[in-house]
Ligand binder design. Structure first.
Ligand SMILES: *[C@@H]1O[C@H](CO)[C@@H](O)[C@H](O)[C@H]1NC(C)=O
Length: 209
């Protein structure tokens, strides 16, 4: 079963202490498959189930069906192969805002076409020079619907993506694009003012960005 990320469909917030909030994002509503259960707890409401998960360090998410709360660890979300048939229930994954985000590395890449020698790898060569002539920017061809994609070492929760845009000219060429994780759109960007460096929120789980 494919993990379909329904961004911003539902976010549950569990206030733990005065200042700590743990959020859960719905990854599948009315799913008929769920990750292998770590533990089941009968007779809890959705909020109680979220609370139970939030106080357990290894708990990365839960599924909830009226009268049945099931908790999952991180591994349950790293591959959807292990998802099992279940009664239709809502599946939530944890978004832990209390920890600073880990910077994820894109290991390999591809792009729809290449303009000159500006291969996709120039976008992830670690050189943030934003001048095209410096030779560290990737450049696709100029047809509509061109794309660039990178691969993470392991499936991860992608909170946001930072993009360094070309600055010697033409920054407006990147005003409209669809940001996707594993082929599912997590943000549709449409800007009126071109950006230089910007974070684009995503909050999706997967490995292909
Ligand atoms: C992107 O977000 C990170 C973490 O919040 C922040 O440190 C960084 O300054 C942001 N970058 C931009 C361009 O807003």
């Amino acid at each position: 079963m494919k993990l379909i990320l329904l961004l911003l469909c539902t976010i549950l917030e569990v206030p733990l202490a005065m200042t700590v909030h743990i959020q859960f994002m719905a990854v599948e509503l009315r799913s008929i498959s769920t990750p292998a259960a770590m533990e089941s707890a009968p007779g809890l409401g959705r909020m109680k189930c979220a609370e139970l998960c939030s106080v357990r360090p290894a708990c990365f998410g839960f599924s909830w069906l009226q009268g049945l709360c099931r908790l999952f660890d991180w591994l349950a979300f790293s591959s959807t192969d292990g998802w099992q048939f279940s009664e239709s229930c809502d599946v939530y994954a944890r978004i832990d805002d209390s920890q600073p985000p880990t910077q994820l590395k894109l290991e390999s890449c591809s792009q729809s076409s290449t303009y000159g020698s500006n291969v996709c790898g120039r976008a992830i060569d670690g050189n943030r020079n934003q001048k095209y002539g410096a030779g560290s920017c990737a450049h696709t061809g100029i047809k509509p619907f061109e794309w660039w994609e990178g691969q993470l070492a392991a499936p991860s929760l992608v909170s946001y993506v930072t993009i360094y845009n070309r600055q010697d000219c033409c920054a407006e060429r990147l005003n409209k694009f669809s940001l996707q994780v594993d082929g599912v759109e997590c943000n549709r960007v449409s800007l009126t003012v071109p950006f230089s460096v910007a974070n684009f929120s995503c909050n999706a789980f997967g490995s292909r960005v």
